[in-house]
Design a binder for this molecule. Structure first.
Ligand SMILES: [Zn+2]
Length: 202
């Protein structure tokens, strides 16, 4: 699977101000044929800027910070799986949501990660402008590079509103992506165990 690296977000100083953001949303509303001054829309630019800020807060997430203090020496060497982690992301092509479930597993090599950290890692990458393929790989790489386990497996199942709402594709089809490293890639039994546990036939 191809990995494209994501450019670093611009530092705050070079980012357009909130005021410029609100002006841009007002302009967009006018472009759509709306009257940005009408009562129902008066506060919309501020809300859109705020909500987009929240939905892309992953750009400011510090992965080292997230895992800090949560890596523990442990002899456990069976698969650790957290499945059905709900995630919400924005497709970078249409700025429309795609959302679904992430299944994240790893086989420890002397170290385990606090379980609550896996959903936080998912969120750190989901709350950005994304494509599902890159999101999948970034989650796997983040765990691999910080925990150095025997292997990592990430499967994402998602619905894309840009496909469902725009009528270019049938709705009701889910997109499934996976990224596997180490023992999940090498050992068919480990991969089959993982896929079985998340309800996929290998
Ligand atoms: Zn899209």
């Amino acid at each position: 699977m191809a990995v494209r690296s994501q450019p670093e977000p611009r530092p705050a100083s070079s980012r357009p101000s909130t005021r410029a953001g609100e002006a841009a949303v007002r302009e967009l509303l006018a472009l759509l044929g709306e009257n940005p001054e009408r009562e129902g829309l008066a506060a919309t630019p501020r809300r859109v800027v705020e909500s987009l800020g929240q939905l892309t807060s992953g750009y400011h997430a510090d992965l080292d910070d997230i895992v800090a203090g949560a890596v523990f020496e442990e002899a456990y060497d069976e698969m650790v799986l957290v499945r059905e982690i709900a995630f919400y992301s924005l497709c970078e092509h249409h700025l429309l949501p795609f959302y679904g479930q992430a299944h994240v597993a790893y086989v420890p090599d002397g170290r385990v990660l606090g379980l609550s950290k896996l959903p936080r890692i998912v969120d750190a990458f989901a709350r950005r402008l994304q494509v599902q393929e890159r999101l999948t790989t970034e989650i796997a790489t983040a765990i691999d590079s910080r925990l150095h386990p025997k292997g990592v497996a990430v499967v994402l199942e998602a619905d894309h509103l840009c496909m469902m709402m725009r009528g270019v594709e049938k709705s009701g089809c889910r997109t499934i992506t996976s990224s596997m490293t180490g023992v999940f890639r090498r050992d068919p039994r480990t991969r089959a165990e993982f896929l079985g546990l998340i309800g996929h036939r290998s």
